[in-house]
Design a protein around this ligand. Structure first.
Ligand SMILES: [Mn+2]
Length: 565
């Protein structure tokens, strides 16, 4: 049987333990995770963030003196939702402000001195950055020299000296006492408007305002892949409900074009349907379109912008597929001939999409991938994605002499390199990967919460498990394993793209769905014993509600040859 090669890491094999306890234990979640709570009980005080008081005072002064405030954001979803949130706040207090976003290709990420000139032109007295700013020392120094004050709200790690801003509100400052560091830019901005709302709005008004903005916060948190733990868990748990019945015309129309109208919104709907559409504008045009949608007050305008974003997203998908086909054509036909790191390059690729290409190739081949294109200056810009066992930014640091600039974290990085240095870098980096990565490192691993038996897989259990959600980063949807099941029936779905299986375990039959598994159809044998890894789904169909197993992986039973079948 030729099946996916995956390592299974099974965390619990003791069938006598309660499944819910096992899951809480595996994730180190406290029993209070399951208690009902009020949002405010789980929130950290905004004033625990460094410089909050200074930031609030400076903004109050700006409001009192009718100064010109410009909000400066970013072109990704977190930057877009953070910007929209600030604009909603100033709209709520009837104080007009302007905003600006950088252009991904023309400006790049963060504040530049050229951006400061642009903001100066807008007549700014005060800049409030959202989701950026901590690393823009030079630009902020320049702003100060022009008499413009800056308040930074950001969540990125500081690099180098602290910029000369009036306030640097960032949980990741080295001197920060904030109890939870993994909040996105939108949540940092949320804490600022929380503190401002307390000063400027009647209590019921600011509380309602904060509740109403949880839709934006939830999108920012999920799109920026923040762990759904601590206050993020609480924000997203409430926020998904707020997003489901949002009153913002832009979000209503965005949900419509994404086919989510009237449906309960989940982290999957945000990650796979809403965020890509909001991101599409910044990837291939101006991120501004998405901010305009989010802050739109008119239904018609929102309708127009949402369908425009939907078209951009469609264009993005087509481009991405073309690039991916091109990238695959550069690789050896036989997978065994692949290098341990994949490096692909095409001068014509859109720089806003190369991260998607490296991400897709990484998922497919389970090894680090770097995808490059050429920028307007003739330099090669790359986007890297990596697996757990290969810290991509640390690896790139060893080759930093080749780069004009680079940066990132464990699993993702960006870099720029001069064209004539590229061939040598490529050769050396491939050589380096050959030395440090073993064949074992390139086998994907799945983590299974528990081995289970038939008395543990039923509708009530599936419902109890759903209560532990929302699932996502930091709180993955629980995975289970059945050993020794027998395949009884198999049906192809969507022209053979997916498979529906009926399996038997003991005296029970279960319906299973295995997405994107069509290629394994001929490798599954009726009557043969196999092990399956699955999620417990709930299927509502024609008025009946049943447990449905959503398969993640299949392996032959009692296979003692490890993954080498
Ligand atoms: Mn961010």
């Amino acid at each position: 049987m030729r099946l996916p090669r995956t390592k299974w890491k099974i965390l619990n094999t003791d069938p006598s333990r309660s499944i819910v306890e096992v899951i809480l234990d595996n994730r180190k979640l406290p029993p209070s995770h399951l208690e009902t709570f009020r949002l405010s009980e789980r929130m950290h005080d905004p004033y625990l963030l460094p410089d909050m008081e200074k930031g609030v005072q400076r903004i109050l002064q700006a409001i009192e003196q009718r100064e010109k405030i410009v909000v400066f954001g970013d072109y990704d979803v977190d930057g877009i939702t953070s910007t929209a949130l600030m604009l909603y706040f100033f709209r709520q207090i009837h104080f007009p402000v302007d905003y600006l976003l950088p252009h991904r290709q023309k400006d790049g990420y963060g504040l530049r001195t050229s951006t400061i000139d642009q903001i100066k032109e807008m007549g700014a007295d005060l800049i409030i950055t959202v989701d950026n700013g901590i690393t823009s020392y030079e630009a902020i120094q320049y702003a100060v020299s022009l008499g413009i004050d800056v308040i930074i709200t950001d969540h990125h790690l500081p690099e180098g000296p602290m910029p000369p801003a009036v306030a640097i509100i960032n949980p990741n400052r080295t001197d920060s006492r904030y109890p939870f560091k993994s909040i996105c830019g939108a949540v940092v901005a949320y804490k600022l408007v929380w503190a401002l709302g307390q000063k400027l709005l009647p209590e019921t008004d600011y509380k309602q305002f904060l509740l109403d903005q949880l839709d934006l916060i939830t999108i920012g948190t999920i799109a920026d892949v923040m762990p759904l733990r601590d206050e993020n868990y609480a924000l997203v748990k409430f926020g998904l409900k707020v997003l489901t019945r949002t009153k913002k015309p832009g979000l209503i129309e965005l949900k419509k074009v994404a086919g989510l109208n009237g449906k309960p919104i989940t982290p999957i709907s945000v990650g796979y349907f809403l965020a890509p559409r909001l991101n599409a504008s910044g990837r291939i045009e101006e991120a501004d379109t998405s901010v305009k949608l989010l802050i739109s007050e008119s239904r018609e305008r929102a309708q127009y912008l949402a369908s425009y974003l939907d078209k951009l997203n469609h264009k993005r998908q087509l481009l991405q597929q073309n690039y991916l086909d091109e990238a695959l054509s550069y690789l050896p036909k036989n997978e065994d001939d692949l290098e341990k790191v994949i490096i692909v390059e095409n001068d014509d690729w859109h720089a806003g999409l190369i991260g998607l290409i490296s991400g897709k190739l990484k998922e497919r081949y389970w090894r680090p991938v770097l995808a490059f294109t050429k920028d307007e200056d003739g330099h090669l810009v790359g986007s890297a994605r990596s697996i757990d066992n290969f810290h991509i930014t640390n690896a790139l640091t060893k080759f930093s002499k080749y780069f004009l600039n680079y940066g990132g974290h464990q699993k993702a990085a960006g870099l720029t390199i001069e064209e004539d240095k590229f061939p040598e870098f490529r050769e050396r980096f491939v050589e380096y990967a050959r030395q440090v990565l073993s064949d074992q490192d390139l086998i994907p691993e799945i983590t299974i919460d528990s081995l289970v038996d038939i008395d543990q897989v039923h509708l009530n259990m599936a419902q109890a498990i759903a209560e532990l959600g929302p699932f996502g980063e930091g709180n993955p949807e629980p995975l289970f394993a059945f050993e020794g099941v027998t395949l009884r029936e198999m049906y192809p779905l969507s022209d053979g793209k997916h498979l529906k299986l009926i399996i038997q375990k003991g005296n029970q039959m279960y319906e299973c769905i295995w997405w994107n598994s069509g290629e394994y159809k001929d490798d599954l044998n009726f009557g043969q014993k196999m092990d399956i890894a699955f999620r417990m789904g709930i299927n509502n169909w024609r008025g009946s509600t049943k447990v449905q197993l959503i398969i993640s992986d299949v392996r032959p039973s009692n296979n003692d040859m490890g993954h080498n079948f």
